[in-house]
Design a protein around this ligand. Structure first.
Ligand code: ATP
Ligand code: MG
Length: 453
């Protein structure tokens, strides 16, 4: 791993030895002989790791450490001291030093420690990047009153430990709402564990949820923890719960009632403190009626119901969402952000969006990739629109009731004729009118068709 190391020591021999071995290891090396000089060098080079002597005249190591931590909290500082006292080491660690080396230095130990520090630094950076990414993706965009109500419901549900049942069409943001509740809850530092009940085969779902003991069945070569275990102290998100089998529903119901369970093939009762948030796009009343969903489980889950509205119920959010997704795409793909004209936004806002926000997001991604210009215009948007677009407001196309009626009649007759292979007699029978009457309508309305008789 490459990196820049700054060595700070008032003893020239130490500076010499350390620089030469670290240069051999292909690190960039900077040196400083006093605390004051160290601060200047660090300011200029912003190294990845600082090897810092504790006992130096004037500004000592601990003081330098304090200032480095304030200004550059991401720099890894390793302290060095010949007067190895445990208290100083403890003090340095408390001030945020990564580790502590005793003099005389064991050079092998120095290089190992530096390697570890760089490795940890990289992990921390990756962690921050991931967190930024998650935060960016967890943002609930939209200022419509519908969204405001949703935000209020989230804020009201979050601080409690009550179960939440989120419903809504595909792609409306149910998972996002579940994550938002978790992030605003007192459990936010504990895991958010997701189980997609529709994606896991029926035979595996129980092991997935409850885990199994070693030897529970053929192939269970070691113990496996289940999602209920992993979510202890945190939130378990049961997504697509409407797709869970009745057998599994019975087991989940028991865990919810007792807050404890056993692994498959095990006897030990495992107690957990898990908040369950469930989501589904199914209508539970119907599912219960059909016998697909247990009503007792439904009542247990449905303590705080939250309904996520479809995108078409909050069209005014579409421009903001579009801009948000344009930005995310540009940032994540490292490409230039495209502008979008108000007319194009308006066209997008008029679309029906049966696939809701997920569909909008995919559409925006497509525009970012396929439109070769820097500005997306209405002409770029229309060809990308699926069928729904032309269905938005067909009524606008007609000036009179007569025109509208004729257009409808024409389309209706055309389709029926096509279904009957152009057979007029059969179509007339289907439409429950005389054959001669149908012929007249075909002529008057200019219905185009290929005669089948
Ligand atoms: N209000 C919002 N602001 C920004 N992005 C959103 C919003 N709502 C949803 N999204 C994004 O839309 C996509 C779909 O959301 P999500 O996966 O939460 O939907 P879902 O309701 O769980 O869908 P499904 O029923 O298909 O599982 C995700 O990429 C999500 O980040
Ligand atoms: Mg989902």
């Amino acid at each position: 791993m490459s990196g820049t190391i700054c060595i700070v020591d008032d003893e020239p021999s130490i500076l010499d030895t350390l620089s030469s071995i670290l240069e051999d290891e292909r690190y960039q090396v900077a040196i400083a002989k006093t605390g004051g000089e160290a601060l200047k060098v660090i300011q200029m080079e912003v190294p990845d790791v600082v090897l810092l002597d504790i006992w130096m005249p004037e500004l000592d190591g601990l003081e330098v450490l304090k200032r480095v931590r304030e200004q550059f909290p991401h720099i890894m500082v390793i302290m060095m001291s010949g007067h190895g006292s445990v208290e100083t080491a403890v003090k340095a660690t408390k001030l945020g030093a990564y580790d502590y080396l005793e003099k005389p230095l064991d050079l092998e130990k120095v290089t190992i420690l530096i390697r570890n520090a760089l490795h940890q630094r990289k992990l921390e950076e990756e962690n921050i990047n991931l967190r930024v990414k998650i935060e960016r993706h967890s943002k609930l965009v939209g200022a419509s009153s519908v969204m405001e109500t949703l935000r209020q419901q989230i804020a009201a549900a979050a601080p409690t430990h009550s179960r939440v049942l989120i419903s809504g069409e595909n792609g409306t943001g149910k998972e996002l709402v579940a994550r938002a509740i978790h992030l605003q809850s007192p459990r936010h530092n504990r895991p958010f564990v997701e189980v997609n009940c529709a994606a896991i085969p029926e035979t595996l779902i129980e092991t997935e949820l409850f885990g199994h003991e070693r030897g529970a069945f053929t192939g269970a070569v070691s113990q496996k923890r289940g999602k209920f275990d992993f979510a202890d102290g945190g939130t378990l998100f049961l997504d697509e719960i409407g797709d869970m089998s009745l057998a599994t529903q019975a087991k989940v119901l028991r865990v919810l009632a007792e807050q404890q369970f056993t692994r498959i093939g095990g006897e030990k009762l495992i107690k957990v403190n898990v908040r369950v948030i469930a989501a589904s796009n199914k209508d539970f009343n119907q599912e219960i009626e059909k016998g697909n969903f247990r009503d007792d489980l439904f009542y247990r889950l449905n303590v705080l119901p939250i309904e996520v509205p479809p995108l078409r119920a909050r069209r005014e959010d579409i421009p903001a969402l579009t801009r948000h997704f344009l930005k995310i795409h540009a940032e994540e793909q490292g490409v230039k952000l495209k502008e979008i004209t108000p007319e194009a936004l308006e066209a997008l806002a008029r679309h029906e969006w049966p696939g809701n926000i997920r569909e909008l997001r995919n559409q925006v991604e497509r525009l970012m990739i396929m439109v070769p210009k820097t500005t997306i215009e209405v002409g770029d948007v229309l060809p990308f629109m699926p069928r729904g677009f032309s269905r938005i407001n067909p009524l606008d196309a007609y000036d009179s009731l007569r025109d509208a009626r004729h257009a409808f009649e024409r389309e209706y007759i055309t389709i029926r004729l096509r279904e009957n292979g152009g057979n007029v007699s059969k179509t007339a029978d289907d439409l429950k009118i005389e054959r001669s009457h149908l012929h007249r309508r075909i002529k008057d309305l200019n219905v185009e068709f290929r005669s089948g008789n």
